[in-house]
Ligand binder design. Structure first.
Ligand SMILES: O=C(O)CCC(=O)C(=O)O
Length: 301
């Protein structure tokens, strides 16, 4: 039984590869996050030596500010992530994306190879394996959109509905035409979140609005995979995490990260592969959420 996802949302997630959640963040929450991003903007541009017109990303963003850290297990979205992926998960990536207005933009075909932001699906160097013509379900991202993206060409992400079922090798194959009816420009208001399969083909519209587009992404994969933008998080950060946060930051509950099956030193097993209950506190948390749901009679309705 799911904790929070509706049947309709699950169906859309399976078929289209994404769902949109309006008002995932309150306007106060959005303001706080914009304040954080704006502060980081100054230091980031200085550190990266980039001009105010340049778009940039900050990876492992959760380490830059508590507001960004707190989104790793944000109570409105974590239940949806667990519903679609299960409990043996971790954070693969967290990033801030800022894209200022593109004043000198020269028109390009949306997502064309060699354009400012070509169609792609996410994956490590050398790509994810392709199985039966598609990338297996390895990860999701939550996009949190902080600025107004309701207008065409305001820097919004575009996704190709259902493209998680097609090999990314075909993206720039001239023999393969993306059906324009399948392209969804995610024109959303501030505070909207999108939960999406990162195997979806995606690109960006140019930002021809008069304000910088600011958004955040939190990517989750399975604990038996590796994180993407960190190996181990800083011990001082892990020391102040809740058990669930530690799980999400790919930490184990034992220093050596190994269990000894049947207490036999000849049978070590990685806690990513064979987690002990304390390695995945999300499991008890999910049970508790379901219990509350049952008690409230919601499950029956
Ligand atoms: O929205 C963006 O700026 C980038 C989205 C993207 O390509 C990604 O998260 O993989």
């Amino acid at each position: 039984m799911p904790i929070a996802i509706t049947e309709r949302q699950q169906q859309q997630f399976d078929e289209d590869g994404f769902i949109i959640i309006e008002d995932a963040l309150s306007s106060d929450h959005v303001s706080r996050l914009i304040e954080v991003v704006d502060k980081l903007d100054v230091s980031c541009r200085k550190a990266q030596e980039i001009t105010p017109e340049t778009a940039y990303q900050i990876r492992n963003a959760l380490t830059y500010h508590d507001e960004l850290f707190r989104l790793i297990d944000y109570s409105k979205m974590l239940p949806l992530v667990v519903d679609v992926m299960g409990v043996n998960i971790q954070l693969r990536t967290s990033h801030v994306d800022v894209r200022p207005p593109m004043n000198d933009y020269v028109e390009q075909e949306l997502g064309a190879s060699g354009s400012f932001f070509p169609w792609h699906s996410d994956g490590p160097d050398f790509g994810y394996p392709i199985t039966n013509g598609a990338v297996p379900f390895f990860e999701v991202k939550i996009g949190y959109y902080l600025t107004d993206l309701t207008r065409h060409n305001s820097g919004a992400i575009c996704v190709v509905r259902g493209s998680h079922k097609v090999s990314p090798k075909r993206i720039h194959d001239p023999a393969y035409q993306i059906n324009p009816n399948d392209i969804v420009e995610v024109n959303v208001k501030p505070g909207t979140a999108m939960l999406w399969r990162t195997a979806l083909w995606h690109c960006l519209t140019p930002n021809l609005s008069d304000q910088s587009r600011k958004c955040l992404y939190y990517g989750y994969n399975y604990r038996w995979m590796r994180p993407g933008d960190y190996d181990r998080q800083n011990p001082a950060l892990l020391a102040r995490c809740t058990p669930i946060q530690r799980q999400l930051l790919a930490a184990n509950s034992a220093e050596d990260g190994v269990r000894y099956m049947d207490d036999d030193p000849a049978h070590p097993a990685s806690r990513y592969w064979r987690p002990a209950p304390e390695d995945i506190p999300l499991r008890d948390w999910a049970d508790e959420q379901l219990h509350v749901k049952e008690e409230s009679g919601e499950a029956a309705s």
